[in-house]
Design a protein around this ligand. Structure first.
Ligand code: AP5
Length: 214
């Protein structure tokens, strides 16, 4: 099963990804998580990406395509993967299509989480993330059991450096200009499954499983 999890910043991609990945036994490949890990490790890719990320801009396609090509070659991707945050531009979508064609693979679905902008802003401004396992919480909508601590591993939760008001605004603008148009490409290919992303996370999860025929 090869699925693209598509949606604006704050739509709930990270929140929903674990359940999808568990349900279909496919690895969750989040380009945002990969870039944050590369930054933390101080790799050349991490250093190049930092400035773009903090400004809410997209990291250049040539970097991102290389990251995904490398990651999808790993043994755990043999039976598929869940792409979260890739592709985000027409260039990335074209690169993904040729990569899959070269290896005789195809996408099964592009799952688009639909959430209005006003709700996205309040979700991102109240988000807290676990730096160890990347679990995502919200101070009001999805609080951890113990304030400031991850439910899964007890780590101290942190706020992301791109969850500032200016960066959130920029990320939404970039999404509408460069990423949202890809939906039309995937709709024409018969791959698009749009899912209402507003409501309790477990209700959204049920809609996703339904849309994927699980
Ligand atoms: P990335 O990490 O991919 O960030 P994003 O797309 O902006 O998405 P988020 O992680 O912010 O949101 P999400 O949809 O995962 O929502 P979440 O589940 O956390 O990318 C970061 C940056 O990296 C980019 O800006 C760019 O610079 C770079 N980058 C990454 N990929 C790239 C690429 N391919 N090309 C170029 N650059 C790239 O939920 C958000 C909040 O809402 C949480 O607090 C959560 O608890 C809450 N929430 C979730 N579901 C619900 C619900 N149903 N109801 C109420 N609250 C909810």
């Amino acid at each position: 099963m090869r699925v693209v999890l598509f949606g604006p910043p704050g739509a709930g991609k990270g929140t929903q990804a674990k359940a999808i990945s568990d349900r279909f036994s496919i690895p969750h490949l989040s380009t945002g998580d990969m870039l944050r890990a590369a930054r933390q490790a101080g790799t050349p890719v991490g250093k190049q990406a930092a400035e773009f990320m903090d400004a809410g801009k997209l990291v250049p396609d040539e970097i991102m395509v290389g990251v995904i090509e490398e990651r999808t070659k790993a043994a755990d991707c043999k039976n598929g993967f869940l792409l979260d945050g890739f592709p985000r531009t027409q260039g990335q979508a074209d690169a993904l299509a040729s990569m899959l064609e070269r290896t005789g693979q195809k996408l099964d679905a592009v799952l688009s989480l639909e959430v209005p902008d006003a709700e996205l802003v309040s979700r991102l401004a109240g988000r807290w993330t676990c730096p160890k396992c990347q679990a995502s919480y919200h101070e009001k909508n999805l609080p951890p059991k113990v304030k400031g601590r991850c439910d899964r591993d007890g780590e101290t939760l942190t706020q992301r450096t791109d969850d500032t008001e200016a960066a959130i605004r920029k990320r939404l603008q970039v999404f509408h200009e460069q990423t949202d148009p890809l939906k039309e490409t995937y709709r024409k290919q018969g791959l698009l499954r749009s899912v209402e992303g507003v409501g309790a996370p477990q209700d959204v999860q049920a809609r996703i499983h339904n849309a994927l025929g699980a």
